[in-house]
Design a protein around this ligand. Structure first.
Ligand code: DLL
Length: 415
């Protein structure tokens, strides 16, 4: 019902949806259910770039109350727009995320995401306020100050990228603080970038909290699409507001339920920027089993990476998250690493720079070499290619206040 209404309205108001229907030789009334949706072409990030800035507007500009945008490392940035009603719905979806992760109006949440064109700060802010949580809009950066605020305000929860949470924990240690004992934190909600189970454990242990994953993307609204419940085993997605298809990223074919592929979302509620079949590039699968928490929404597995992040090293396909999974099994893993890919002669070469503790780094050379050999061997036996591991000093790799840059691909970069 919601889909039919959305397409009927979209055909009239959105030049892009009109074009999608025309390309498929269909009229709005031909799309009655999810299966019919599959007859339409996809919307992609390029669609947004080509329509920069206002080409996807489906309402008069004076009804728009907010813009967000992604930075766009290549080409134009992508812009998204919201009416007041879009903001209201988004806030409700975010309130649902926070409630699902166990927050209540008794909590004090510190929002350590950038407030600006990035959707993280405002998305969490409006959702938390709607749930009645007391919000500290501290924004990103200024790590020491963040920790002082946590202490002074008795913050019970915080949200940031998982990589920044790890950085907060190490700065706390430098300041002589034990976040588990000295702070009142009880939970945290993390997302915006892929993270492994090992990083979750590390965050949970450092702060003495429960750490929950949440997923979203600006093209849909921002954060607020899916999150973990207390089971921490897959992310419930809000099926009453989005239709989710999972497709083969190479062929574009829709896959049977439960198979792994690229997530494609159709939001059912958007006024300013309705989109049909948006290809996220994010790889996951729908979990078919019901969740013990009793929520009536199905789950997706944690996102393992993006199809456009996949590295092809000497013909072998590897996701950065798979590398993280392997190296994070080693007790020397502390969460900070970077993958460097370059051409040596005609061959691809891959090096994983991984930080180890000060104690190990300045200890005996044979211990260090042993760790290096063990990691290289695990990588070789998993991917059947040689990867070099370089162990580096604690604190020597860049820290980001937002999303971490895990891969540096120098192939194609002129020396
Ligand atoms: O990152 C929205 C967000 C903010 C989500 C805060 C969660 C928390 P974009 O900047 O448009 O929006 O980036 C979206 O980030 O397509 C994924 O590739 C990645 N991503 C987001 N959340 C997760 C997650 C925000 N939990 C892109 N796990 C998405 C893995 C994630 N990847």
């Amino acid at each position: 019902m919601a889909l039919r209404k959305m397409i009927r309205v979209g055909e009239k108001t959105s030049p892009w949806i009109k074009r999608q229907l025309k390309e498929a030789g269909l009229k709005a009334e031909d799309i009655k259910c999810k299966e019919d949706l599959a007859k339409l072409p996809y919307t992609t990030k390029d669609t947004l770039r080509e329509n920069y800035p206002f080409g996807l507007l489906a309402c008069p500009l004076d009804k728009v109350v907010r813009f967000h945008a992604s930075s766009g490392t290549t080409g134009k940035s992508t812009v998204v727009y919201y009416t007041q009603e879009d903001i209201n719905v988004w806030s409700g979806l975010m309130a649902r995320v926070l409630k699902t992760t166990g927050l209540t109006n008794k909590d004090i949440m510190q929002i350590i995401y950038n407030y600006g064109f990035f959707t993280g700060g405002f998305g969490f802010h409006y959702g938390a306020e709607k749930l009645g949580v007391s919000v500290i809009p501290s924004g990103s950066g200024n790590t020491k100050k963040q920790l002082e605020i946590m202490k002074d305000f008795n913050t019970t929860s915080f949200t940031s990228t998982p990589s920044y949470a790890l950085h907060l924990a190490e700065v706390a240690k430098e300041m002589g603080m034990d976040p588990d004992k000295d702070l009142k934190l009880r939970q945290g909600v993390f997302g915006g970038e892929p993270w492994s189970e090992a990083i979750r454990k590390q965050i949970e242990k450092s702060f003495g909290i429960d750490a929950y994953d949440n997923y979203g993307l600006s093209e849909m609204c921002g954060p607020g699409i899916a999150c973990e419940c207390e089971q921490k085993d897959g992310l419930h997605f809000w099926e009453d507001y989005f239709i989710l298809e999972v497709i083969d990223p190479k062929t574009g074919e829709v896959l049977p339920e439960g198979e792994k592929g690229e997530l494609v979302f159709t939001p059912l509620w958007k006024e300013a920027m309705p989109l049909l079949r948006y290809r996220t590039r994010d790889i996951s699968r729908i979990i078919v089993d019901e969740c013990e928490c009793g929520l009536p929404f199905r789950k997706i597995e944690r996102i393992t990476g993006r199809s456009d992040d996949m590295l092809i090293i000497r013909g072998v396909n590897i996701f950065p998250s798979q590398i993280e999974e392997v190296i994070s099994m080693h007790p020397a893993f502390k969460g900070h690493y970077q993958i460097v890919v370059e051409k040596k002669g005609f061959m691809d070469s891959i090096t994983i720079n991984m930080e180890v503790t000060e104690k190990l780094f300045s200890g005996s050379l044979s211990d260090l070499l042993k760790v290096q050999r063990e990691l290289e061997e695990s990588l070789r036996s998993t991917f059947f290619i040689k990867a070099d591991v370089k162990l580096v000093e604690e604190g020597s790799m860049p820290r980001s206040v937002g999303k971490a840059q895990r891969v540096i691909d120098l192939r194609g970069v002129k020396k």
